[in-house]
Design a binder for this molecule. Sequence first.
Ligand SMILES: [Zn+2]
Ligand SMILES: [Zn+2]
Length: 321
Amino acid sequence: MVLMATGKPLVETEIPTPQPATGEVLVEVMACGVCRTDLHVVDGELPDPRLPLVPGHQIVGRVAVDGERFKVAERVGVPWLGWTCGECRFCRSGRENLCDHARFTGYQRDGGFAAAAVADERFCFPIPEDYPDLQAAPLLCAGLIGHRALRMAGDAERLGLYGFGASAHIVCQVALHQGRRVFAFTRADDEAAQAFARELGAEWAGDALGPAPEELDAAIVFAPVGELVPAALRAVAKGATVVCAGIHMSDLPSMPYELLWGERVLRSVANLTRADGEEFMALAPRVPVRTEVESFPLRRANEALDRLRAGKVRGAAVLVP
Ligand SMILES: [Zn+2]
Ligand SMILES: [Zn+2]
């Protein structure tokens, strides 16, 4: 399913099977998660995507041709971080997620909305055996980025999650496992998401723009809505961190400095490192994280994107070739 031009639906297209270069593996795609970032790419909210482009960066694949690191039939995950330079000041200081020259899967490299994909082996992960293909796919971005965002939230006991989609439904489980208390903030009328959050163990779920039921020690904003940032800052205690986990967000509204005062910290989380991936893939089965997925045949990718855009997906959407 190929993006020919931003702002247009994907087009079902026959393309030649990609050929792996040295250091790359060819994988048969078993499942590929649909992430909000895919929507931002398709909708033209991120600059300069490769075009035409195969989107998709939560690929669970089976190795089709032996590589150096992975052998035929092994199951690998291909995440958003597809390549880094290894030489810039960020790469040299353990911050490859910020690499000046990074290339991202399903953005600057073809991704997994296809029957086959190639990936740089060094950036792939083994998939934990406990997870079937479909359930593993959302771990690769929703899970990884959520995990990184949760780490940035520090040891907060009362955690607010703003937007309860693919990432939050995973973070909620990890946070509870760590003994935190979870509060889910959604659109006021999104009763389905609120019920889903409560089912997963959130002790409260309600209107993101209304008052929080009690003071929070940290918040993670997953929804790409700038006005949630002052709402989250208003909800957290002194010294708390508000983490923005998305790659794109509508403009932040002007707000009184008082919301930030008291050593509150506002920060974003960008991309992932390979270390995040390894850490989270080891953690997920121990929690154990159970991902809830809505699966779609690959050729119905546009429908999956539309449902995600409309906030109708329960858990994560996954495409199956
Ligand atoms: Zn670099
Ligand atoms: Zn993603």
